[in-house]
Write a protein that binds this ligand. Structure first.
Ligand code: CMP
Length: 133
């Protein structure tokens, strides 16, 4: 079973929609293999998003991700990485297809409710950063 890293961002946690979002992923056939609530430190967030270091939105992204609690999970399913990307939608909620998590629950391109790994390789790296394995 392929694994991917999924986390619910501060905007969605604050809006009390953690249960709703986890219900959607479970109903779509993902197994919750690991689950925890965490507050990203600046160091962990910068490491997690290292690929965006030179982007103009990097500092704001780190501020936002470390601003309050997130709910992180390892999800398992056949073809989990691609299947979850489809369910999550595009980075910008407004450009996400109807029915996707970001279209339904995202606020804007930064506060887009959730994160999902974009490749099997990155899923392994992201799982090790957050769950330490
Ligand atoms: P995520 O898929 O977690 O990966 C990088 C994050 O940076 C992204 O979701 C958004 O939260 C944020 N992001 C990406 N592009 C932009 C942008 N153009 N402006 C602001 N934030 C962005």
């Amino acid at each position: 079973m392929e694994k991917t890293l999924f986390f619910i961002k501060p905007d969605a946690v604050k809006r009390n929609i953690v249960g709703k979002i986890l219900k959607i992923v479970e109903e779509e056939g993902f197994k919750i293999v690991q689950l925890k609530m965490l507050r990203f430190s600046k160091k962990t967030a910068s490491n997690f998003y290292a690929i965006h270091k030179r982007k103009p939105f990097f500092d704001d992204l780190i501020k936002y991700i470390t601003s309050s609690e997130c709910v992180a999970s390892v999800l398992g399913k056949e073809n989990a990485v691609n299947e979850l990307r489809k369910l999550v939608g595009e980075t910008d909620p407004l450009k996400s297809p109807p029915g996707t998590i970001r279209r339904c629950y995202g606020t804007d391109i930064q506060r887009n409710a959730v994160h999902a790994s974009d490749s099997v390789e990155n899923a392994k790296i992201e799982i090790s950063i957050i769950f330490g394995e």
